[in-house]
Ligand binder design. Structure first.
Ligand code: TRP
Length: 345
């Protein structure tokens, strides 16, 4: 399972990442928010700065698993590129690409599908949940097979480390199964695919402003690109309890604790200290603190993002260059896969 033998930011990290090729990605369904930032974006930048080869995937083909309209996708894709760059992903070192633009990646899905049974794919927890939620009838066949497509993302780029949340661990496990079977069936002389490892980070648990799981679709998050006024408005509307004494108690008072944690992350301080500072100031004082901390923390990022968003041509250039690099990797993988499969004529 997870081999997070070191955690980002720890002292022993620097000697490790140079041999790592890391793939992570996001669905372009809307702007990234603070949960993404503290949960994964910051970590990607750190890994990049430690010298790892970081590939960031704009998973546009995953968006059409559960929606039929792809209008507006273009804006979301470039918005995501702007979020990445503003957060510190450096296009000179890292690779940002969209999987619809990398033909060889998509072609790998076909042999990979042949290595799995329908029953196995159906046992993937995300697929299973979706099947249960829709009764199967409304579920697209792409939704059914999307974890296999995700395996193609990872193996096409020959990534060996995949930073993921817990919900994505079964996808990495499936990727390992595919790699293992491909090696057994087609590469008897020695393994062709390296089995990728998941990296479970120590992501802080930020809840949404309604106290529920933070998510783009629930509209309970603070987008990185929000203005300072929008941020203030969102935080003012956050759900709180009536207790005036502010404390950091994630189990007992999850909504309050999440706001305290957010302020603490932005102030780079311990949550308990931040809570002690606010003391009996209640909701008003806590919310004012969070608003100010978030806005100050994000100010430089937002300034960069505004400039980037105004330069569509630049964002496109970055993405196209990334698509080109990913295509070179995937073409090379596909060429070797064809040779091993005796389908190179
Ligand atoms: N499924 C991931 C998500 O929803 C996005 C993703 C697509 C991904 N392909 C990937 C993540 C490959 C890691 C590696 O967040």
């Amino acid at each position: 399972m997870a081999r997070a033998s070191w955690l980002p930011g720890r002292a022993r990290a620097p000697r490790v990442p140079r041999s790592f090729r890391i793939l992570t990605g996001d669905r372009p369904t809307g702007p990234l928010h603070l949960g993404h930032y503290f949960g994964t974006l910051q970590n990607r930048v750190r890994l990049q700065d430690l010298g790892a080869d970081v590939l960031v995937l704009v998973a546009d083909y995953q968006v059409i698993t559960d929606r039929d309209a792809s209008a507006g996708l273009g804006a979301h894709v470039l918005g995501l590129v702007a979020d990445y760059l503003a957060a510190g992903i450096d296009p000179a070192r890292a690779t940002i690409f969209a999987h619809s633009q990398v033909s060889a990646l998509n072609q790998l899905m076909l042999p990979f599908l042949s290595l799995l049974s329908v029953a196995e794919v159906g046992r993937n927890p995300t697929v299973k949940e979706e099947f249960a939620a829709t009764g199967g009838a409304a579920m697209s066949a792409l939704m059914f097979t999307y974890p296999v497509h995700q395996a193609a993302d990872i193996l096409a780029c020959r990534a060996n480390l995949v930073p993921v949340g817990k919900d994505q661990l079964p996808h990495v496990e499936l990727t390992r199964t595919i790699a293992r079977r491909f090696n057994q069936r087609y590469s008897p002389a020695g393994p062709f695919f390296q089995l990728p490892d998941p990296l479970l980070g120590a992501a802080p648990l930020l809840l949404g402003l309604d106290g529920q799981k933070m998510s783009k679709s629930r509209r309970n998050s603070i987008p990185l690109a929000a203005t300072e006024d929008e941020t203030a408005r969102l935080i003012r509307a956050a759900r709180m309890d009536a207790e005036r004494q502010v404390s950091y108690d994630p189990a007992g008072r999850p909504a309050v604790a999440s706001l305290v944690l957010l302020a603490a992350l932005c102030q780079r301080r311990a949550p308990a200290e931040v809570a002690a500072d606010i003391g009996s100031g209640g909701a008003a004082r806590l919310k004012a603190t969070v608003t100010q901390s978030v806005n100050e923390y994000l100010r430089p990022l937002r300034a960069r993002r505004r400039e980037l968003a105004a330069d569509r041509t630049y964002l496109q250039t970055v993405l196209r260059r990334g698509n080109g690099r990913a295509a070179a990797l995937a073409d090379d993988t596909l060429r070797q896969v064809r040779e091993l499969m005796h389908t190179s004529y």
